[in-house]
Design a binder for this molecule. Structure first.
Ligand code: 5BU
Length: 260
């Protein structure tokens, strides 16, 4: 059977990577394939959002470099919240440089992404060396990498042969656990797809973002995790109510895919 036809629980049992096993187990237990994109610019807002929405998500996605009062204590508190709510941390930093450079960026600097983010991602524009560089830092720590096989924005250039190359590289590299993209890309091994640009109402924003529904992404396209930001915490929204709604929509779309 296609991976899209299997339950998250079964895929977790059959998966070789401990991080992916843990992710699928969390998804099943919390009945959530929802990741929160917590793009807020202060430490207090980020911690408050992570704590209130934490019960409804499987992955907390950050852009840690947008937090204007970032400090080491923020990381400590985020780790504690991830443990409290049993969700994984994903920093969406989209590395894109030479293997040697990304090693420095991933393991060091002020953010020390590899020390706390279970998942990160990269563009493969420099070639396979970027995966090897990140793997040297992340593999010993049990981390996982997503390749940016596609993006959600209007006019994005990751298409056709470039997307296919991402898939080839993912299959060939154990450090890669999946993709950012809009669909399931391969049946060769169980690589997860996480999809940003998901919204129940808005069709996009003024800067190129495009939204599709959980039904389109999960039921029809076979993606595994929906990533939602402003649909949950945007102006005038009740973040807990919206998180519950997106969790329900994502999970229903998954059950529909299974034919339940
Ligand atoms: P939104 O508020 O739901 O539009 O937030 C989407 C998030 O996903 C935001 O953090 C983006 O940086 C991120 N994103 C995206 O929207 N599209 C992409 O192709 C990739 C990341 Br990769």
């Amino acid at each position: 059977a296609s991976f899209s036809q299997k339950t998250y629980a079964q895929r977790g049992e059959e998966h070789a990577h401990p991080l992916v096993k843990a992710l699928f187990a969390t998804m099943e237990r919390k009945q959530s394939n929802l990741s929160l994109a917590a793009d807020v610019s202060s430490k207090a807002e980020l911690l408050a959002l992570a704590d209130t929405v934490g019960p409804y998500i499987c992955v907390l996605k950050t852009h840690i470099d947008v937090v204007s009062d970032f400090d080491a204590d923020l990381v400590k508190q985020l780790q504690a919240l991830a443990a409290k709510h049993v969700c994984l941390s994903f920093d969406d930093c989209k590395f894109g440089d030479l293997g040697n450079t990304v090693k420095l960026q991933y393991g060091g600097g002020i953010y020390r992404i590899a020390d706390w983010a279970h998942i990160t991602n990269c563009h493969v524009i420099p070639g396979e060396g970027i995966i090897q560089g990140l793997a040297e830092v992340g593999m010993p720590k049990g981390r996982g990498l997503l390749l940016l096989a596609e993006m959600s924005s209007a006019g994005m250039l990751a298409t056709g042969a470039y997307t296919d190359k991402n898939v080839e590289m993912a299959i060939a590299n154990d450090f890669v656990i999946g993709f950012i993209g809009s669909r399931r890309f391969t049946e060769e091994r169980d690589l997860i797809t996480m999809t940003p640009g998901v919204g129940l109402h808005a069709s996009g924003d003024a800067l190129g973002q495009q939204y599709r529904t959980p039904k389109k992404i999960v039921t029809e396209n076979g993606s595994d995790i929906i990533i939602v930001g402003r649909g949950i915490y945007g102006p005038g929204k009740d973040a807990v109510a919206e998180a519950k709604r997106y969790r329900e929509a994502g999970w229903t779309a998954y059950l529909d895919r299974l034919g339940h």
